[in-house]
Design a protein around this ligand. Structure first.
Ligand code: R1P
Ligand code: URA
Length: 292
């Protein structure tokens, strides 16, 4: 029997668009670029030859258009894994649920999703301006634990090694971090040899969870020293951002291909930051558009 989704579970607006994104099924391309900042959507779309739709609701702005003959949708997610839960579930519904009958479609449609973001670098090989692909993501956000099948898609030995190394128990980072791989095929095609491949911590905040201390002291003052020193099977943690784990995790559970690439705008080791990064991120955008 086909799965049926009542209106409380999949909310469809009166105009036939999905609840938060306000996107209609026919507007979604198979290739999707996700960005955090709604302002970055126009920057991506400025490279399109044509635009077929443009819609905005809350922090979610969407444009579908064509780049060198490829149909691409660009969506902003805002900040955080909670928003990725909304964006990924609504994009998957647009692709794989019939909005007329509210039933799952017979044939699965796979999406290819690339997040282009900014991040904080944690290693000497991640200075400001570096493009870092998240080969693995460590989720401090807990989102994936609410879905069945989490253990089947996560790297459990890596999770144990990380928790042992940090010496965290009790309230620190509860529920425990999850470790998830990006799509290998996408990483090979998009990172090629000119981007750093790394392990990204997707933090549940910009300050405390990334070891930034302003007026309130941190629960674990040695957090970032330990994170920078951690090594497991040749992997070192390269960067902090706030969405890659939920994107990689939900994509794996749903059957889509996904990866995150971020430009380093702050290096935490040498305590430097760059806020005037618009041109450099445009180079990254063009590279991803050419390779997606
Ligand atoms: C924090 O400043 C935001 O920047 C990074 C983080 O993941 C977080 O969303 O990504 P974006 O540049 O895509 O927003
Ligand atoms: N985004 C983050 O989440 N952290 C940084 O340090 C920079 C950008």
């Amino acid at each position: 029997m086909k799965k049926y989704f009542p209106s409380s579970e999949l909310i469809i607006n009166e105009d036939g668009s999905v609840f938060h994104l306000h996107v209609k099924p026919e507007w979604l391309a198979d290739k999707v670029i996700l960005v955090g900042d709604p302002g970055r959507v126009a920057l991506v779309a400025s490279h399109f030859e044509n635009k077929e739709c443009e819609v905005e609701s809350r922090e979610f702005k969407t444009i579908t258009g064509t780049y060198k003959g490829k149909r691409i949708t660009v969506v902003s997610t805002g900040i955080g894994c909670d928003n990725i839960d909304i964006v990924m579930n609504e994009l998957d519904a647009l692709a794989n649920i019939d909005f007329e009958t509210r039933e799952e479609k017979e044939k699965f449609r796979q999406l290819e999703l690339v997040r282009i973001g900014t991040c904080g670098g944690l290693q000497p090989n991640t200075p400001v301006g570096t493009f870092v692909c998240s080969q693995k993501s460590i989720g401090f956000d807990g989102l994936l634990n609410f879905y069945a099948g989490r253990n089947a898609v996560c790297d459990l030995p890596f999770e144990r090694a990380f928790l042992n190394h940090m010496g965290w128990s009790g309230n620190m980072c509860a529920p425990a971090p999850y470790v998830i791989d990006a799509s290998e095929e996408l990483i090979d095609r998009i990172a090629k040899k000119d981007m750093v491949r790394g392990v990204t911590i997707a933090a549940g905040g910009f300050f405390g969870p990334q070891g930034r201390e302003l007026r309130i002291p941190l629960a674990d003052p040695k957090q970032n020293d330990k994170i920078e020193a951690f090594e497991y099977k040749g992997f070192k943690i390269t960067n902090f951002e706030m969405e890659s784990s939920a994107l990689a995790g939900l994509s794996r559970l749903m059957g889509h291909k996904a990866m995150t690439v971020c430009m380093v705008i702050a290096n935490r080791l040498i305590k430097e930051a760059n806020t005037g990064y618009k041109n450099t991120i445009d180079t990254l955008i063009q590279t991803v558009l050419d390779r997606i």
